[in-house]
Write a protein that binds this ligand. Structure first.
Ligand code: HEC
Length: 139
């Protein structure tokens, strides 16, 4: 009788041990599953103004298509620059019908990227000014 009881207890203990082990295993594997992995976090960096300009804006602005202000041509930009950078970016975002398309035809662009493109276009005007100055000095 005692023997049977003991055996029963042993079996019960081993079943319990197995259960505890299984629970632990599940817990361990679960916590591993939800633990932070080394998968790369995709943070898309803003594309440069030059990249955006070449891809989306140069089609029109390089050659003054549909009477757009020409890249690097100061007289085309004089009045526009006076609005200030933010106003220019807002006009790129909203478009200026009929010629200037909304988002400069780059729907995937962020405002930051459009700003980069505007900065790139404005910088080209400064470069021209410097070149002019250099030319004057050289003369
Ligand atoms: C389909 C041709 C076209 C494309 C593409 C285009 N533009 Fe323009 N853009 C124009 C025209 C036309 C104007 C002049 C609009 C007017 O004054 O009515 C203009 C005007 C502008 C201005 C001056 C806005 C102002 O307030 O005077 C900026 C800045 C500008 N574009 C930036 C960009 C940028 C940045 C891109 C690319 C992301 C771009 N454009 C793409 C045609 C284009």
């Amino acid at each position: 009788m005692l023997f049977i009881f003991l055996r029963g207890a042993t079996i019960r203990t081993s079943v319990l041990t197995t259960l505890v082990c299984l629970t632990l295993l599940v817990l361990v594997s679960c916590s591993r599953g939800s633990a932070p992995t080394n998968a790369p976090v995709v943070v898309q960096e803003a594309r440069s103004g030059e990249e955006i300009y070449r891809k989306y804006c140069s089609n029109c602005h390089q050659g003054g298509i549909v009477e757009s202000p020409v890249f690097g041509k100061k007289e085309d930009w004089e009045d526009r620059i006076e609005k200030g950078r933010e106003a220019l970016i807002a006009n790129v975002r909203d478009g200026m019908p009929p010629g200037m398309p909304k988002m400069g035809n780059c729907p995937s662009c962020t405002i930051e990227e459009l700003g980069n493109a505007v900065d790139y276009m404005l910088a080209a005007l400064e470069d021209e000014q410097e070149t002019e100055e250099e030319n004057t000095k050289a003369e």
